[in-house]
Write a protein that binds this ligand. Structure first.
Ligand SMILES: [Zn+2]
Length: 92
């Protein structure tokens, strides 16, 4: 009987935990929806020659489309945003 009560308590605790988790997540999602995220139109920046450069190892990523600016990390460091002059077209 004692063991059954213990199991019952554990089950109730688990159910409550899941319920709280569920409502918590729902609440947070609702709050996130209420606060409008600053939406930036996805911009085609392939012509602007924007690069993410790793200061540690020199790896470069060219940015061709820019949505929300999230600077990636490389070698554990945030990459530098470098804007290079547009390469001159060969046939001018
Ligand atoms: Zn790196």
């Amino acid at each position: 009987m004692l063991a059954l009560t213990l199991v019952l308590r554990l089950v109730v605790a688990a159910v409550m935990f899941l319920l709280i988790l569920f409502f918590g997540m729902t609440f947070l999602r609702g709050v996130g929806r209420l606060i409008p995220k600053e939406r930036i139109e996805v911009e085609d920046v392939a012509d602007l020659a924007v690069f993410f450069v790793c200061g540690e190892c020199g790896t470069e990523f060219q940015v061709t489309r820019l949505g929300e600016v999230q600077v990636p990390r490389h070698c554990g460091e945030p990459m530098q945003v470098v804007r290079r002059p547009r390469p001159q077209p060969l046939d001018t």
